[in-house]
Each structure stands twice: as structure tokens, then as C-alpha cells.
Design a protein around this ligand. Sequence first.
Ligand code: SF4
Ligand code: SF4
Length: 410
Amino acid sequence: MPASGDESSPFGSKDSTMGRFSSLSSKNRRSLIDATRHQIISKRFPRVVFMELFVTARCNLHCPYCFVRNKRDRDMSWETATSALDYFLRECGQAQHLTILFFGGEPMLRMDFIKEFVPYALDRVGQTGKSLSFDMTTNGTLLDVDSARFFARYKIKYLLSIDGLKEDHDRYRSFSDGSGSWDLIVNLLPMLKRYQPWQGARMTPSPESSSRIVDGVKVLYERGINQFIIGSAHGMHWPPESIRAYFEQMQALSDLYIDMKLENKPFRLTIFERGNLEEEADKYMNMWGCGAGRGRLCVNFDGTLYGCSKLMTITGDNTGLLPLGSLQEGWTNALNRSVLNDASLRYRIKCRDCKLGNECVGGCPAINWEETGHVLMCGPYHRAFTALYQKLGDYFYNRWIEKTGKPPPQ
Ligand code: SF4
Ligand code: SF4
């Protein structure tokens, strides 16, 4: 076996390798370093199967709890989007099915761009023998017959952001003149259901609306929403009485959900089920962390790479949390990607003895940062809601058994 540094080594002698390296131009040296670093990182981390495209930093609403803190007049160019697609195809390895999420800002402000990009991307990915689907989260205010038809044609699943009752939705989800957006969206629902019969909504209860969540769900169900993804607003102060009200409402919702399921109604509450419209992060349930920087990647309008859009935008300045690199240079920050991929308690000192550890998977790193200034250290908001969901899970499990005589389906 030749010793390393020996002329007969398959790696060449150290001197000759260094000699060849230093004879390269600085530009070629740089590309060689980038390519090697990229290869090492690609081998070490999971394949990317879910890509968020941050197509615009603009939005037509002004919701104070939106985690996109740095709304600006910036859009993703065609060149960036097509390079992102090429990058995705390189990074997905053997994965057969890929998903792109259009995100922003309000992605529908880029409807012309989306209309051009979708057929292009389907064709490009189709040539590789893989399949591609699209998701989108939208505030719904720009939907019309033309866009609904387009989404139906290309099977683009969109999730509407609606916060329950009109008064609760309009309190925060308003246009720049202060007027609310509830009427506009709800009036569109009959038309939307003709093109996408199953309608999903993301509901974000705030401390003010925490005692009216059930009413909000019922009203929206009557108007045509079938599936609800409910997550409390963060970045706001939650007094104990609002957390209590939220818990009571979620208990009542779990009863409603069980009754609706037993009656075979077209109704889903994602919190009581496995799987949702952004299922990637779920793959990593029961291990520490989330999908960000593992199977999930977010491309900013300028081609910089992050684990997800929340990590990218929550800081409100030009640099988000744990940047991973750029389309031009690839994965340049292996340390940040390691932090996102670390499934151990090595850096999570507080978690080691935490009694919530059996249920918790470490919290959202972006929300952790917002609360404590540290991505791997949770704060009181996360602890309160983790304990709440733990109790809610027990409540739901027992109620399901009481009503059906058997455990809920997994
Ligand atoms: S609640 Fe906080 S300290 Fe406890 S396990 Fe979860 S992240 Fe760790
Ligand atoms: S960092 Fe937070 S928002 Fe981003 S994927 Fe993880 S849990 Fe979700």
C-alpha cells in the first residue's frame, strides 16, 4: 500500500499535487476548491426534494405577524429561477418526485412569471424522467377565474391564508388603506371550488382570536374550506388566559373533528393527522430538528440559499439565519448545514434534562432565534405551546377511544 505523499500513491505526491494546484490560475483554483467543497457537502447531507422559490419580496397586505420581516420591491429573475431548477436537479440525486413551493411576499404578484415557469419546469424535469409538483401559499386576494383555471390545469395546490371569523381575519390581514381582505377571499370561494374542489386554509389564531377558533373553523367550513392547518401566531405576547382559551378551543376542535370523521364529512384538521400540504418537514418527525437544510431548501430572489423561507426572512435584514450558500457558489456553509442537520443534543444543552423532551423535536430554529437569540434554544412561547400540544394529543387520543372504542388511525 503506497504511503500518502508517495509518488506512486493514487492521489499523487503531496508536492506534485500542490505543485499542480499552485500552477492553476487563481480563478481555476477557486473553482476547484468550490467544486470539491460542493462534492463533500453533497455527499454528507440528505438529498433535496422540496424547494421553496421566493419569487417576490413584495406583498399587497400588511399582516403584522408575518415572518417575512423585510418586504421589499425585489423579484426573482427568470435566470435565477432557471438556475435554481438546475441546482435542484443536481441536488436531488436519485429522488423521483420533486416539489416546488412558490412563496413570498405574495407569490401571485408574479403570476405572469409563474405561468411561464411552470410549463418550463415541468418540461425540464420531465426530460430527466422525474416528476414535479407545485404548491403555493397565497393570501388569496389576487385569485381570479384565469388563475384558478391555470392552477387546476397544472394541479398546483394552493393554501389560502384565512384567520377564521371576519373580525379576527381583518384585524391583521389588511390592505395598506386599512381595509380587511376577508370578504374578498370568502366571496371567491364558490368560484375557486369549481376548479379546486378541496380547499385548504392556513389559520393563524392570535391572542385576541384565541377564544373564537371553533367558530372561525365552522364558518369557513360552511363556506367551502375543507382542510385547516392551524398554528398560533408567534412574535406576539401570549398572556396565560389566551393560552388557556387556545387550549380549550383546540379541545373543542378535536371533538368536532372526531364527530365529522365519524360522519364521513369532507373535513380535515391537520393537527390531528399525519401529513399536510408541506409534508417535507414531517419526514423528520421524531428526530431533532425539522426539514430545513435537510430535504428542504429555499432560494431567495437573489439566488442565495437558506434552509427555509422563515430562516431566510425572520431577521428582517439582508442576511437571514444560517445562510447555506448561493446558486453561483453552491453549498458554501457546511457548518450551518451541519447545525440544521444535527439530530443530537450536542448543542441543545437545555433540552438534555427537559421534561418535554419526549414530545418536542427542538422547536422551529427561526422562532427559537426570535425568542432567545439562539437557533437551538427555545423560549417560553415554544415551551408553553409544546406542553399544550402534548396535553392536547392525550386528550384527542382518549376522546377518540371513548367515541370509537379503538385508538385513532396513525
Ligand atoms: S421544550 Fe425547549 S428545552 Fe424542552 S426539549 Fe423542547 S426545545 Fe428542548
Ligand atoms: S426552521 Fe421553522 S419554519 Fe423552517 S422548516 Fe424548520 S420548523 Fe419550519
